[in-house]
Write a protein that binds this ligand. Structure first.
Ligand code: DC
Length: 215
């Protein structure tokens, strides 16, 4: 079984995906983390998102995800980059790299080759529309950008990081992700949409469980 959790940036997709994985003991993949790790590699190697990223370069990028004891770890060429990929530099650049078909194909291959001996929960932008259009359940999370920025701001818990800057970054990413030519961020026709603006994490989770139970 595959459960797709797509939606806008900072709507709590990975929080919900992990809760589902935990409750049912499923495996979990964070598709955004693949794009982030690839972006980190390309930035570190001074390869611009405007350049052609050929197979030679792609062959040098190995990203692995390990979900164990409720913790997701991301490895880039065997180095744990779980923290680094959430930084400002990667966050502000990832959408420009994620536009590129050669990068998307690399991620699709990884996601479709995920260990399927267990059911799988995956969060992202195009899981229900492109990567696994036959997913058993599809959810699409959205929310007011100000509320998303406030939640993220609280989470970062650093007064030096301005709320306005976070909101700007979220809006920029949503805009780039939803207007790109390949696999844009959009709700699948058969996805269940949840506006999380006024809901707590547990309220959103309950809606997801109710939907799964109703099938
Ligand atoms: O889920 P996230 O915020 O970590 O994702 C980071 C970026 O990766 C997101 O802004 C766009 C890209 N992405 C994508 O294009 N397709 C996905 N399925 C997941 C993420």
């Amino acid at each position: 079984m595959i459960i797709a959790i797509d939606g806008e940036a900072s709507t709590g997709k990975s929080t919900q995906a992990k809760k589902i994985a935990e409750k049912f003991n499923y495996n979990y993949r964070d598709s955004g983390a693949y794009y982030r790790a690839i972006t980190l590699y390309l930035i570190q190697n001074n390869i611009s998102s405007n350049s052609n990223i050929n197979q030679n370069i792609l062959d040098k990028i190995d990203v692995k995800q390990k979900y164990e004891n409720k913790k997701l770890s991301i490895y880039l060429n065997d180095v744990d980059v779980s923290g680094k990929i959430r930084g400002y530099k990667v966050s502000t650049n990832v959408s420009n790299y994620a536009k590129k078909p050669e990068i998307r194909n690399l991620v699709y291959k990884q996601l479709r080759n995920s260990d399927r001996s267990n059911s799988l929960v995956i969060d992202g932008r195009d899981i229900g529309t492109v990567v696994f259009p036959d997913a058993t359940f599809k959810f699409f999370l959205c929310a007011d950008s100000k509320v998303r920025a406030e939640r993220r701001h609280k989470e970062i818990n650093d007064k030096a990081v301005k709320l306005e800057l976070i909101e700007k970054e979220i809006k920029y990413r949503d805009n780039t992700d939803s207007t790109r030519k390949v696999a844009p961020l959009k709700k699948a026709d058969d996805a269940y949409e949840i506006d999380v603006t006024l809901l707590t994490i547990d309220q959103v989770f309950k809606k997801i469980l109710d939907k799964i139970d109703s099938k």
